[in-house]
Design a protein around this ligand. Structure first.
Ligand code: MG
Length: 264
């Protein structure tokens, strides 16, 4: 009886030690945060007063009039973010939205504005994002981060213009909250062999307020919050906008258009 009790106590002890080791080794979000070097601040020219008009061959995704090109990511129902005065504002309750259309290689223009008087700090201050290929539900895909990065410290591979947790922006070109900002992005989709094996990684070139922030950056896979990125084969995917769960006031968008590009 006594031997059995000792044995089971020992087994319980071993289990506890095992669980503690597993916890200690479990990947954590902090493992993939990069804090240095901090991209230097470059002040862009003045914010444009009016939204940029799309070129003649662009597919207009938002021109201030409505959300006909967009659906809710969670159930593909009509996108329920707020459109007023030509501006689209995130509804955190409604969740992420994505384009009805799917794209492969493209040039994207997108304007966004952190609200004046935004509150919060770090990742909880004006967080959104544009998923350049929404290959999965929720936050699945490849995120170009949107955040208030005007005098707001966070890990550099999570600040505005980062390819989240993979590439910090080359410089910090953020404007103040309350001012319109623009991303211009060239997305080159990854390619896969018939058996699903990666043959060429995704590449991103991006400008923030006209300033180069990603120069043909090569991605290691889809964006992940915890752990190592990897690829899942796809051929074309929607573009998705993030309704981040942080409690800061929601940000807004205007003038979103895309030009499809030939390519592999
Ligand atoms: Mg984000």
């Amino acid at each position: 009886m006594r031997t059995r009790a000792i044995l089971s106590a020992t087994a319980a002890g071993l289990l506890l030690v095992g669980a503690a080791c597993a916890l200690a080794q479990a990947p954590k979000p902090q493992d993939t945060e990069q804090w240095t070097p901090v991209p230097r601040v470059v002040t862009p020219g003045p914010a444009p007063v009016a939204p940029a008009a799309p070129p003649s061959d662009a597919i207009v995704l938002f021109d201030g009039k409505g959300l006909g090109e967009w659906v809710a990511t969670k159930d593909k129902s009509p996108a329920a973010w707020t459109v007023a005065d030509g501006i689209l504002t995130v509804s955190k309750a409604a969740g992420n939205i994505e384009t009805k259309r799917s794209f492969r290689n493209y040039q994207l223009h997108l304007e966004w504005r952190i609200p004046a008087g935004v509150t919060g700090a770090g990742q909880a201050r004006g967080n959104s994002g544009v998923f350049l290929a929404a290959t999965g539900p929720g936050d699945g895909g490849y995120e170009l981060q949107i955040l208030d990065s005007y005098q707001n410290e966070t890990y550099v591979n999570g600040q505005a213009g980062s390819l989240y947790k993979q590439h910090p922006p080359l410089v910090n070109a953020a404007r103040k909250p309350g001012e319109w900002q623009a991303y211009d992005v060239v997305w080159t989709a990854p390619t896969f062999a018939a058996d699903g094996k990666l043959t060429a990684p995704a590449r991103v070139t991006a400008f923030h307020n006209g300033i180069l922030i990603q120069n043909d950056a090569v991605l290691a896979g889809e964006t992940v919050y915890i752990g190592k990125p990897s690829y899942r084969p796809y051929t074309s995917a929607p573009i998705k906008l993030q309704a981040h769960g942080d409690p800061s006031p929601p940000l807004s968008f205007r003038s979103i258009w895309v030009r499809e590009l030939a390519g592999p």
